[in-house]
Write a protein that binds this ligand. Structure first.
Ligand code: IPD
Length: 262
C-alpha cells in the first residue's frame, strides 16, 4: 500500500522521533534506581521528540499550521491545514520504564483529520490511515473486531489521575460497564487505545478529559478500520470536548448507552 507524500513525511518524522525516544527510554530504565528519578530527563526526551517531528514536518510543509503538546499552537500561512502532534503519548508509562507509549501525528484539512500515524517504537508497530484508504499496521490492513455481544467484549479507558475532575464520572462508568463486559483495560496511552480498537484488539474505548493531540490520529484509524467514533455526550465533537467514545460497528451503540447511563 502506497501512502501520500504527506503520509510518508509523517511516517519518516515518527520513525526519527521514535529512534530518539527508544535511546532515551533505555536511559530511563537505568534511572529508575536513582534517588532523583527520571522526571527531568523524560521532560527533555519529550521536548526533543517534538523538536525532531516539528523540524521534519514544518521543514517539508512550511505553510501548514501546528498544534503540538509541548509547543502549543502556531497558525500557518495555509489556514486549512494543520499538524496535530503528541510526541510522546503515554508519558507516565515512559517515565516508569513501561514499554507502552507512542508518537501520534495527525494531519487536519478543513477541520477534518485526513492522515494519521500512531507509532509504537518499543514494539515497532506503525499504525497509519488515510481518509478513504483504510487503516494499516505496518504492511497489513487492520479492521475493528467482529464481536457482537457486550459480555464478550474488552474495553479500554484512561482513569484520571492526579486529582483530575473527571474521576467520579469515570468511576461511575466503570461501575455500569464492568458487570456487562469481559473486562476493562487501562494501559495509559490514548493514542494506542484507539489504534488497538482499529486493530480489533479492543472492542471499544472511551475516555474523558483528554486532549486533541491524544486522540486526533487515533480517531481516523478507528474510522478507516470500519469502527465508529463520537463523544461521550451525544452530538458533541470529541476533539472539542476532550471526551471520546469509539467501538466496532455492532457494539458502539450498546456500549455508548452503558457509558451514557441510558
Ligand atoms: C496521556 C495518555 C493517557 C491518558 C491521559 C493523557 P500524555 O497522554 O494518553 O492514556 O489517560 O489522559 O494525558 O500526557 O502521555 O501525552
Amino acid at each position: 500500500m502506497q501512502g501520500s507524500a504527506n503520509l510518508n513525511l509523517m511516517i519518516k518524522a515518527a520513525r526519527k522521533a521514535g529512534r530518539s525516544l527508544v535511546k532515551d527510554f533505555r536511559e530511563v530504565e537505568n534511572l529508575q534506581v536513582s534517588a532523583k528519578g527520571p522526571g527531568d530527563f523524560v521532560t527533555k526526551a519529550d521536548r526533543e521528540a517534538e523538536r525532531i517531528i516539528r523540524d521534519e514536518l514544518m521543514g517539508g510543509r512550511p505553510t501548514y499550521g501546528w498544534l503540538g503538546e509541548e509547543t502549543g499552537e502556531t497558525a500557518g500561512q495555509d489556514p486549512t491545514r494543520r499538524w496535530i502532534v503528541d510526541p510522546l503519548d503515554g508519558t507516565t508509562n515512559f517515565l516508569h520504564g513501561l514499554p507502552h507509549w507512542a508518537v501520534s501525528i495527525a494531519l487536519e484539512h478543513k477541520g477534518e483529520i485526513v492522515s494519521a500515524v500512531v507509532y509504537d517504537p518499543a514494539k515497532d508497530e506503525m499504525f497509519w490511515a488515510e481518509k478513504g484508504a483504510g487503516a494499516w499496521m505496518n504492511e497489513s490492513r487492520i479492521r475493528v473486531s467482529g464481536r457482537r455481544h457486550m459480555i464478550e467484549a474488552i474495553f479500554a479507558t484512561g482513569v484520571p489521575f492526579g486529582g483530575r475532575g473527571t474521576l467520579p464520572a469515570t468511576l461511575q462508568d466503570l461501575a455500569r460497564l464492568m458487570p456487562v463486559c469481559a473486562g476493562v483495560r487501562r494501559w495509559g496511552s490514548a493514542a494506542l487505545d484507539l489504534a488497538y480498537v482499529a486493530a480489533g484488539r479492543y472492542d471499544g474505548y472511551w475516555e474523558r478529559g483528554i486532549q486533541a493531540w491524544d486522540m486526533a490520529a487515533g480517531l481516523l484509524l478507528v474510522r478507516e478500520a470500519g469502527g465508529f467514533v463520537g463523544a461521550v455526550r451525544t452530538g458533541d465533537d470529541p476533539m472539542e470536548k476532550g471526551a471520546v467514545l469509539a467501538g466496532n460497528g455492532a457494539l458502539y451503540e450498546p456500549f455508548a448507552k452503558v457509558i451514557r447511563g441510558e
